[in-house]
Write a protein that binds this ligand. Structure first.
Ligand code: AMP
Length: 307
């Protein structure tokens, strides 16, 4: 099974109660690809600038991630700056410098054409839509977005949502997208915009999946997965994308597509998100092993298991 991931590759400057870092490798696609690479073959579509070096490339290569769809453009790589002050669940954006993204036109290598899964990471919704239209043979498309696009490019985003099977966003984004304060009602409104299922990430409190009536099997009850209480949270950046990587990666590895698989995927999403936040940037995902992932998956199950 293989999965195409489109999104940002970035240099992030981050400030958290645990410290401050500048220009470290990040981006929605980077976290997603690293997390998903523990479950399935990942092929990236993104753009980087002249400041993206061989050392950065190696981070992906060491996890066997295919970079043939990464364009090397003139100029600087996308940059994002953010801080976590009152809440580790929400980043306050200091700056967003699109740089090479301003003129990016995603090109999908011919070798990616047989991919069965697609993840549209957090970038301009028109770019997400163009990738989705080109890869129209995929079995399942996951997607992400954020307040920057919900507020700034709403009309384009509404078109993209019609092309997404599973949307993964957080509580605040769900409420903003639906223009509704009550979360279950907001979830129903978002499902009416296109997706078959909606995964709402609650940061350190877990995630809930809402299904459209009849989608992925019978029933319409939502399902909640907890988050493991983690004592060491150094940098929440990338938690959402790592969650998406674990979620989509597990689905790609599972073989079948039904509610039970999607529920289990919610746990693997939580596992990958919980690892990502233990160190700044991608450090923890780089050193991770499959055994550690399975160990934490068991811990997640035990957290809520009743005899
Ligand atoms: P998250 O998993 O939600 O914490 O996403 C973190 C990543 O999103 C960071 O590494 C940023 O580089 C990236 N990011 C932040 N804002 C944007 C944006 N407007 N477009 C694309 N990527 C972004």
């Amino acid at each position: 099974m293989s999965m195409v991931a489109v999104g940002s590759i970035a240099f992030d400057s981050i400030s958290t109660p645990a410290g401050r870092v500048e220009n470290i490798l990040g981006g929605s696609c980077t976290y997603f690809a690293l997390a998903a690479s523990f479950f399935t073959k990942v092929r990236v579509v993104a753009v980087v600038g002249e400041d993206f070096t061989l050392a950065h490339e190696k981070v992906f290569a060491q996890r066997g991630i295919d970079l043939r769809g990464v364009e090397h453009a003139q100029g600087k790589t996308f940059r994002w700056g953010g801080q976590y002050r009152d809440s580790l669940n929400e980043a306050k954006t200091d700056f967003t410098e699109l740089n090479v993204f301003e003129s990016f036109q995603p090109r999908i290598p011919r070798e990616y054409a047989d991919s069965e899964f697609l993840f549209l990471g957090n970038i301009h919704p028109a770019l997400q839509a163009s990738v989705r239209r080109e890869l129209n043979g995929v079995r399942l498309t996951g997607g992400d977005t954020m307040n920057f696009w919900i507020q700034g490019t709403r009309q384009e985003l509404l078109k993209t949502l019609k092309l997404v099977d599973v949307l993964l966003i957080n509580d605040a984004e769900t409420k903003m997208l639906a223009d509704e304060h009550n979360l279950p009602r907001a979830a129903q409104k978002v499902l009416a915009l296109g997706p078959q299922a909606l995964v709402i990430k609650h940061g350190e409190y877990g995630a809930t999946i809402f299904f459209r009536e009849g989608a992925f099997g019978i029933g319409h009850h939502p399902f909640r997965a907890p988050a493991l209480p983690i004592e060491e949270v150094r940098d929440p950046t990338g938690a959402g994308d790592s969650f998406a990587g674990g979620f989509m990666g597990y689905i790609a590895s599972a073989g079948s597509l039904n509610r039970e698989v999607l529920k289990r995927a919610l746990f693997y999403g939580g596992v990958m998100g919980s690892f990502a936040v233990e160190r700044f940037g991608t450090e923890r995902l780089q050193s991770l092993t499959r055994e550690e992932i399975e160990g934490r998956f068991q811990a997640f199950r035990e957290l809520t298991h009743l005899e």
